[in-house]
Write a protein that binds this ligand. Structure first.
Ligand SMILES: Nc1ncnc2c1ncn2[C@@H]1O[C@H](COP(=O)(O)OP(=O)(O)OP(=O)(O)O)[C@@H](O)[C@H]1O
Ligand SMILES: [Mg+2]
Length: 325
C-alpha cells in the first residue's frame, strides 16, 4: 500500500499532539518495557506474552503491543484482528483506543499485521518517526486510558524504526538472552546495537537482562548462566525462564501459559519474573525524556535511526548494564 508520509505526519501531530523537534513532549505515564534482541528466535515474543499473562494474573492492567510485522504475539493470542492495528496507530490513522482489542488472560492487545513492515518504508519521509508510539501512548493517557504495565514485543530487527519506537517509548529495556550457544556474544552484540540507538535518540536506556530457554540438566547451560550473571551482575533478573513444552503449546491454543496450566513450571517462572518486575518498578522513576533538539529531516535524509541528534552521546549502555547499582 502506498502511503504519503508528509500529510500523515501532519495528521498524526494533529491527532496526538506529538511534538516536532521544538515542541513539548509528554511522556506516557506507564512503565513501558521493550523486549529486544537482534537474534531471531531467542524468546522475545514468548517472554513478552507470558510475562504479560503473569502480570495480568496478579490483577494488574496490562497492555501488550505487538510491534513485529511477523505478528507472532497477535497470532499466539489467537487474534487475527480486523483493522485498525498498530500500523494505523503509528501512521496516525487510528487512536490507541480504536486499535486495541481484548485478548485471553484479561490482556489488552495492540495487534500487529504484516502491513506493519510498510511503516519501515514510509518512515524515512517522516519527522521523528521513532516517536510515534510514545506519542500515541501519551495521547491515550491524556484521555484517561491507564495501564500498570505496557509490554512491547519487538522484531529481531533491533536497528530498525519499529524497534526505535519501542525503545523511545520504553522506561526499561528487557534484553532477552537464550541460554544457548553464543549467548554471551549475542548479548554483547545486542548491547552494541542498543548503544547506537541510544546515541541516535540522545538518551540512555535502562537495561535488564532476562535469561530464557534454560535447561538445567546441561552443564553448558548452568555454566552459561553463571557467566551471564558475572557479566551483567544486577542487571540480570534472578528469575530465569526454563525450557517448557507448555510454552510451545500455549500459542498454538491462542492463550498465555497461565490460562493453559497455572501450575506448570513456566507459569511459576513467569509469576516469579512478574514479582521482580513489580519490585523493579518501585525503584523506577518515570521521567519524561526531552525531545531531541535535531532539525527536521529532509526527505533525502531519511535513514531509520538517523532522525535525531547524536551530538551528545548517551552514557555507554554497556557500562550502565554492567555497573547497575
Ligand atoms: N522457555 C521456552 N521453552 C521452550 N520453548 C521456548 C521457550 N521460549 C521460546 N520457546 C520457543 O522458541 C521459539 C522461538 O521463540 P519466540 O518466538 O518467542 O522467539 P522470538 O525471539 O520472539 O523470535 P523472533 O526473533 O522471530 O521474533 C518458539 O517456537 C517458542 O515456542
Ligand atoms: Mg518474536
Amino acid at each position: 500500500m502506498e502511503i504519503s508520509s508528509d500529510s500523515q505526519d501532519r495528521h498524526q501531530n494533529e491527532r496526538t499532539g506529538a511534538s516536532g523537534p521544538d515542541g513539548d513532549f509528554v511522556a506516557a505515564p506507564f512503565p513501558v518495557y521493550a523486549f529486544v534482541n537482534q537474534k531471531g528466535g531467542c524468546g522475545k515474543t514468548t517472554t513478552a506474552v507470558n510475562l504479560a499473562g503473569a502480570l495480568s494474573a496478579r490483577g494488574d492492567r496490562v497492555l501488550l503491543i505487538d510491534l513485529d510485522p511477523q505478528a507472532h504475539a497477535t497470532l499466539g493470542l489467537g487474534c487475527s484482528p480486523d483493522r485498525p492495528t498498530v500500523v494505523d496507530v503509528l501512521l496516525g490513522d487510528a487512536s490507541l483506543e480504536e486499535a486495541v482489542v481484548p485478548a485471553p488472560g484479561r490482556l489488552t492487545l495492540l495487534p500487529a499485521e504484516p502491513r506493519l513492515a510498510e511503516f519501515e518504508e514510509v518512515s524515512g519521509r517522516m519527522i521523528h518517526p521513532e516517536q510515534r508510539l510514545r506519542a500515541a501512548l501519551a495521547e491515550a493517557a491524556s484521555r484517561g486510558m491507564t495501564f500498570d504495565h505496557v509490554l512491547v514485543d519487538c522484531s529481531p530487527r533491533a536497528d530498525g524504526v519499529l524497534c526505535a519506537n519501542a525503545l523511545y517509548a520504553s522506561t526499561c529495556t528487557f534484553l532477552i538472552v537464550e541460554t544457548g550457544a553464543f549467548a554471551l556474544q549475542g548479548a554483547v552484540q545486542a548491547l552494541k546495537v542498543l548503544d547506537e540507538v541510544a546515541e541516535n535518540q540522545n538518551r540512555t536506556f535502562d537495561i535488564r537482562v532476562i535469561g530464557t530457554m534454560f535447561d538445567r540438566r546441561t552443564k553448558f547451560a548452568r555454566e552459561l548462566l553463571v557467566a551471564l550473571h558475572a557479566r551483567f551482575g544486577e542487571a540480570m533478573f534472578e528469575t530465569v525462564i526454563r525450557t517448557s513444552v507448555r510454552l510451545r503449546e500455549a500459542p498454538a491454543l491462542g492463550v498465555p501459559v497461565q490460562e493453559l496450566d497455572p501450575n506448570c513450571r513456566a507459569s511459576t517462572d513467569f509469576a516469579a519474573l512478574a514479582e521482580e518486575v513489580v519490585e523493579m518498578n518501585l525503584d523506577l522513576v518515570l521521567e519524561p525524556v526531552a525531545p531531541p533538539a535535531a532539525a527536521p529531516l529532509s526527505p533525502s535524509d531519511s535513514s531509520p535511526g538517523s532522525s535525531v541528534s547524536s551530538a551528545s552521546a548517551a552514557d555507554p549502555i554497556r557500562e550502565r548494564a554492567l555497573r547497575r547499582p
